[in-house]
Structure formats: structure tokens, C-alpha cells
Design a protein around this ligand. Structure first.
Ligand SMILES: *Cc1c(COP(=O)(O)O)cnc(C)c1O
Ligand SMILES: [Zn+2]
Length: 397
């Protein structure tokens, strides 16, 4: 098991496994022994789930319960999306996790680590999916849970979280500050706060990238050219970078995939910093967008996401709500996959990248569909259903 934390930026390390941020201010992540021996690969099955990579994770695998059921999501070749995307597409369907998003990967590891450490309460700061996921995994492990949510959260999202009976606190105030206050509170009250880019969450969420590369290797195929991920806090983006770094260090990749991260134009602080050539991300005023799950105006791992895109030869871009809705509909109509609006950005982003020449038609891109659409009402669709008398059924078709 891996316990040393290191800063990706200044390289400082700490042996305190509960630390979250480096003295320089940047997020920490867990060091891993990335030798080929730690990966039982490609012999192992990439559909085993996150605990198939337990040698690379900072927590003990749960013997039973919800946490044992995370990951191992399908990676499917989706030729029907190629023409729209402008590239050979694969879909990594993260909506198949127990609470419908990749957040379960991080929640499972954070809860398992809390059990290892005899901590009785876990917590998070979230717009929705992460709160729901953390609450479900806490419930599954018999731990208490506290979630801080923004005051403008919708009643539907609140109900999704509340079904697992965590302590829910709606907070009126700056979301970036809330993230930092929660970490301080976690330390003083002995609560394991697994915020968006906490080291435990990042460790769990790197398994998306591990599974993607592993699946290509297991099928005897070349590592994909690109991975396209919706980005908000920068946690999952950073984790995907960590995954490809570890695999590359172990000599298991044909190439390092270019990492592309996509934001919604109405709230795109990381894309803006990327375009300006900045190394740090300045907070923005949050605009209205259908992509509610990716609207963090003050992303705590923004600088790390910038580094991830630049070092892999990728990019960070923003797409507007019309493009997001169109892509969301294409995923449903052409591939039969229901995603929430935020996740539509993976396909919308790929299309933009192909249009501007960053992706070629003969390249392979994995689009990470981060969350399923079952939890939110699907916008832009006017249900069109005929009413017929049972006796007239024959006449309809
Ligand atoms: C949380 C979330 C994201 C953004 O992930 P970050 O790690 O915050 O960048 C993207 N899509 C969905 C569905 C999410 O729930
Ligand atoms: Zn540092």
C-alpha cells in the first residue's frame, strides 16, 4: 500500500497520509511504485474494478459492500459516433458505476481509507454527484457522512443525496473558500474530507485512466491517441494524468495519450488560463449552464490540469450549451447512452478538436462519459408520443 504524498509541482513530499495540500499551495497526490511488477497486466482483466489495482491504491480493499463494486465500467467502440466526432471513438461509460458517475471511484477509496484509519465520519463539498456518491459509500460502510452543498442546489439533486441520509448543510458563501474551510474542519473534527481533488479521491479516480489503457493492452491494441474528459475542479483530469504517468513509468504504454479537458463556456476558468498560456487559474464569475456538474468557478486543481494537458500535448477547451445539448442527444440517439449534460462535453469537445485539426479522423480517442443522465431531467427533448386506442394499434405502425 502506498502512503507517501508528493507535490506534482515542487516535488516536496510528506509522510503524513492525512495531508491534502503542499506547503506551496498545490494539491498532493500519493506516490506509487510504478514498476511493471505492480501491474498484473495485461493478464489481469480490466473489468475487475478498481481493487484490481489495489497495489497502486492507498487503502485496503473492502471485503464486501458497495465499495467493492466500483469501476470496471465498459469501454466500448462506438463507430456510430465517429462521423459526428471526427475521430475513431471509444466511450468509457462511467455512468455504470453504482451512483452513476466516476465519483464512486474516489468515494470508495476515501471510505476504505477512513475505515483503515478508524475515522468514523467522512465528508465532502459538492454540487451533487460527489455528495450523492460519498453519502452512498459512507452508508454502505456504516460511517457517518456530512456534505456541504451550495445554496442554489436544485431540489432534485438534494433528494438524490438525501436518500442516503447524510447530514446535509447548504452553505451560503464562496465555494472556493468553502473547499478550504472544510479541509480545516476535517482536521480539527477528525472527519475524512474527500473533496474534489483530495489525494484519496485522486488515487481512486486515476483508475479510470488505468482501466482505459489496460483495456487497449488486454485487447492487443495500441494505446489510444487521446483521452477526452469533462473538467471542473481538475481532480479527475489530474488523476487521469497520474494514471498515464504511472503506466508510462512502468513501460506499459505504446505512447502517452494526449489529454484533452473540456469545460462549459459559461464557466471555463481552466480553458481560459490554457488559452492565455497562464500557469495558474484565476477564479471566474459563474454563468448559467446546463452542465451543472462542471461549473466550479474556482477549481482547486486547475493548475495541475493545465500541467496535465500541456505535458501530454493535449489542450483545454470550452464548448457552449448548444453544442453540449446536441452532443448529449447524439450520445443517446446514435449510441443509446444516456449521459447528463456535463458529460455531453466529451463528445462536443472531440468534435471541436477534430474541426480545428487537433484530432485526425484516423486517430483513436476515448471519450469519458463521466455521469449518466438518469438523475437529471433531459433538456432539449420534446417527448413526442401518439395516443391511440388499443383497438387501433395495428393502424399505427
Ligand atoms: C464531478 C464531475 C465532473 C468533473 O470532475 P472534476 O474532477 O471536478 O474535474 C465531470 N462530470 C461529472 C458527471 C461529474 O460529476
Ligand atoms: Zn508543492
Amino acid at each position: 500500500m502506498t502512503t507517501t504524498l508528493r507535490c506534482y509541482d515542487c516535488g516536496r513530499s510528506t509522510a503524513d497520509p492525512t495531508a491534502q495540500r503542499c506547503a506551496c499551495g498545490e494539491p498532493l497526490w500519493f506516490d506509487t511504485d510504478a514498476s511493471a511488477a505492480t501491474f498484473d497486466w495485461p493478464a489481469a482483466d480490466p473489468r475487475t474494478g478498481i481493487w484490481g489495482y489495489d497495489a497502486l491504491l492507498p487503502a485496503s480493499p473492502p471485503p464486501s459492500g458497495l465499495g467493492a463494486t466500483v469501476g470496471g465500467t465498459p469501454l466500448v467502440r462506438t463507430p456510430a459516433l465517429d462521423a459526428f466526432a471526427g475521430v475513431r471513438t471509444y466511450l468509457k461509460d462511467e455512468g455504470r458505476n453504482p451512483t452513476g458517475s466516476f465519483k464512486d471511484r474516489g468515494s470508495a477509496v476515501a471510505v476504505a481509507a477512513a475505515l483503515d484509519r478508524d475515522v468514523e465520519r467522512v465528508g465532502t463539498v459538492s454540487h451533487g454527484n460527489m455528495a450523492m456518491s460519498t453519502a452512498a459509500h459512507a452508508a454502505g460502510a456504516g460511517l457517518d457522512c456530512v456534505v456541504f452543498v451550495p445554496d442554489d442546489i436544485s431540489a432534485d439533486r438534494l433528494r438524490n443525496i438525501a436518500q442516503f441520509s447524510p447530514r446535509i448543510v447548504r452553505v451560503d458563501g464562496d465555494y472556493g473558500r468553502l473547499y478550504r474551510e472544510a479541509l480545516a474542519l476535517g482536521r480539527s473534527r477528525d472527519i475524512e474530507f474527500a473533496n474534489s481533488d483530495s489525494p484519496l479521491r485522486t488515487a481512486g479516480q486515476k483508475t479510470t485512466g488505468l482501466e482505459i489503457c489496460h483495456a487497449f493492452a488486454a485487447a492487443g491494441e495500441t494505446t489510444p491517441d487521446a483521452i477526452v474528459v469533462p473538467v471542473s475542479s481538475g481532480g479527475h483530469a489530474s488523476a487521469t494524468w497520474k494514471a498515464v504517468r504511472e503506466l508510462d513509468a512502468a513501460g506499459l504504454l505504446d505512447r502517452v495519450p494526449r489529454l484533452y479537458f473540456v469545460q462549459a463556456a459559461a464557466c471555463a476558468p481552466i480553458a481560459r488560463a490554457f488559452e492565455r498560456g497562464d500557469d495558474a487559474v484565476a477564479p471566474v464569475e459563474k454563468g448559467e449552464t446546463v452542465a451543472y456538474s462542471i461549473a466550479n468557478p474556482d477549481p482547486p486543481s486547475g493548475a495541475r490540469a493545465l500541467a496535465a494537458a500541456r505535458e501530454t500535448g493535449g489542450a483545454i477547451l470550452a464548448v457552449d450549451d448548444d453544442e453540449i445539448r446536441t452532443a448529449q442527444q447524439r450520445l443517446a440517439i446514435d449510441a443509446g447512452v444516456s449521459v447528463e449534460a456535463s458529460s455531453g462535453t466529451c463528445l462536443a469537445g472531440a468534435r471541436r478538436l477534430a474541426e480545428r485539426g487537433d484530432l485526425d479522423a484516423d486517430e483513436t480517442a476515448v471519450l469519458v462519459a463521466t455521469g449518466n443522465g438518469f438523475k437529471e431531467s433531459i433538456g432539449g427533448v420534446d417527448p413526442d408520443a401518439d395516443l391511440v386506442a388499443l383497438a387501433n394499434l395495428e393502424a399505427v405502425l
